[in-house]
Design a protein around this ligand. Sequence first.
Ligand SMILES: C[S@@+](CC[C@H](N)C(=O)[O-])C[C@H]1O[C@@H](n2cnc3c(N)ncnc32)[C@H](O)[C@@H]1O
Length: 312
Amino acid sequence: MLDKVADKAFHNDVVAGLSLPQKAIPPKYFYDERGSQLFDRICDLPEYYPTRTETSLLSRIAPELPDRLSDVAHLIEYGSGASRKTRIVLDALPQLKSYVPMDISEEFLLGVADALSANYPQIDVVPLVGDFTAELSLPSAVRNGTKAGFFPGSTIGNLGPEGGREFLARTRRQLGSEAKFVLGADLVKDEKVMRAAYNDRAGVTAQFNLNILSRINRELGADFDECSFHHLAIWNAEQSRIEMHLVSEKAQSVTVNGQCFAFADGETIHTENSYKFTQATLRALAESAGWRTEEIWIDEEYPFAVVLLAAA
Ligand SMILES: C[S@@+](CC[C@H](N)C(=O)[O-])C[C@H]1O[C@@H](n2cnc3c(N)ncnc32)[C@H](O)[C@@H]1O
């Protein structure tokens, strides 16, 4: 048990997180294969406006992309998941030599990359398994030539202000001085609409949230009783973020690989933040990390931004 480096890091992060006064687990651990499948189902839920909004925004701006990204030879997508929106970009940029989908969820990533290779035989699809919150080297296939980063899904909102800035600064260094970057980010809107997106009636987001406990049980030898925790998603206006938590329904203790953690009735594990931006906060974030804003396209009905950045 726990002989792999990745398992040890997972164990250390879970133990450290459950030892905090406000218990927390980093959201990257949502994404085992089942977590990735559940997130893909969330994308199709009627309440989950971000996916359909960003997809239609990308389709609307696709005719502008060939001019805007005419020099780009390699597209690197961070947290690529099902790479659904990527197809719009790949179709708009026939000059692309390679596409690097990068994700932490290995099996899911490799399955998606196989399907993309079959659909885009003219592009070299080079999947990269890794953690975008850490330094990582790009494959040698993309060493020469202009690169563009692609980071849709408002995943930037899961990183927090400081994590988001570090991520954008790191990718700026990684992609080089000629780089472009296409960033999708959710904007503050009607609170009811935002809350509903994380509290769907079919309960898929609840399953996605609770799945992290079954993953910890399976991979770290823990004994969480999933039935005695429930999903909670709230809007924190002061921090401009949706917070997801798992709420303990009773006083209980849980053991993780031999270490015991006590929960009070109603105590929560904070599992994710989804920060919501304004155009000004988004621009300031990108510019503080060495990028220049070339264009911001907005969906007005469900405010959402796709931003084109260039290395400053
Ligand atoms: C919110 S989903 C977005 C998926 C897709 N890009 C979209 O727009 O629908 C976040 C994606 O990032 C991946 N991910 C989360 N944390 C990660 C990390 N630290 N490193 C690499 N990938 C990560 C997840 O596996 C998932 O595919």
